[in-house]
Design a protein around this ligand. Structure first.
Ligand SMILES: O=P(O)(O)OC[C@H]1O[C@H](OP(=O)(O)OP(=O)(O)O)[C@H](O)[C@@H]1O
Ligand SMILES: O=c1[nH]c(=O)c2nc[nH]c2[nH]1
Length: 193
């Protein structure tokens, strides 16, 4: 997605620990025209798989996920990181490591909104080590739903998440790919794959 690649070139910043800051378009401020194009692009890509649900993780996955779900005309469910009293049991749960806040986070999805009838495409903001998507894929599996594909806005190729998730045997589509980044060389970014 060229507009996303251009925006990352313009606004992206490298932070310690191999973190790419794109708060101006993905993780704090959202640009509606870019978010809409993300949704349209994911929807075009995954529509042939005929999903009936989009699943993501709060918080930064919600915007691209709802943009995709709106185009496909299907519900979007997000894994919550704190279980509210309203959540109906049983809930599927898993743990992942937050890359931007540190520490282990719990993920919860109620069986009220995910189950054996669901054909799921997962949409998230970042594919880095793949740990978060691995945790979510485990919950989807336990629920009995079928995982059809994974879409991420930004892939950090140098963290090899795509390779680590290969055993899931589902297509992974990303919109921008960070090949490498360093203070010396800057951010090397190309269209996703
Ligand atoms: O492939 P991984 O190494 O697991 O990294 C990707 C995950 O890291 C971020 O979550 P984080 O909890 O940092 O942020 P968020 O609250 O902004 O969604 C991001 O939203 C992805 O879910
Ligand atoms: O804002 C972010 N920048 C990153 O580099 C990253 N990697 C995983 N999750 C991330 N979130």
């Amino acid at each position: 997605m060229q507009a996303l690649v251009d925006a990352i070139r313009e606004q992206g910043e490298i932070l310690p620990g191999g973190i790419l800051k794109v708060d101006g378009l993905v993780n704090h401020q959202l640009l509606p025209h870019l978010t809409r194009e993300m949704g349209e692009t994911f929807a075009r890509h995954f529509a042939p798989l005929n999903p009936n649900k989009i699943v993501t993780i709060e918080v930064s996955g919600i915007a691209p996920a709802i943009a995709t779900a709106m185009v496909l005309g299907v519900p979007m469910v997000y894994a919550r990181k704190k279980k509210p009293v309203t959540m109906k049991e049983p809930a599927f749960t898993a743990q992942s490591v937050s890359r931007t806040k540190g520490g282990v986070v719990d993920l919860y999805v109620s069986s009220e909104f995910l189950g054996a009838d669901d054909r799921v495409v997962v949409i998230d903001d970042f594919l880095a080590s793949g740990g978060t998507l691995r945790a979510l894929a485990g919950m989807i599996d336990v629920s009995g739903a079928q995982l059809l594909g994974i879409g991420c806005v930004v892939e950090k190729q140098f963290e090899s998440g795509r390779e680590k998730l290969a055993d899931l045997n589902v297509p992974i589509h990303t919109l921008a790919n960070i090949i490498r980044m360093s203070e010396a060389a800057g951010i090397e970014v190309e269209a996703g794959r």
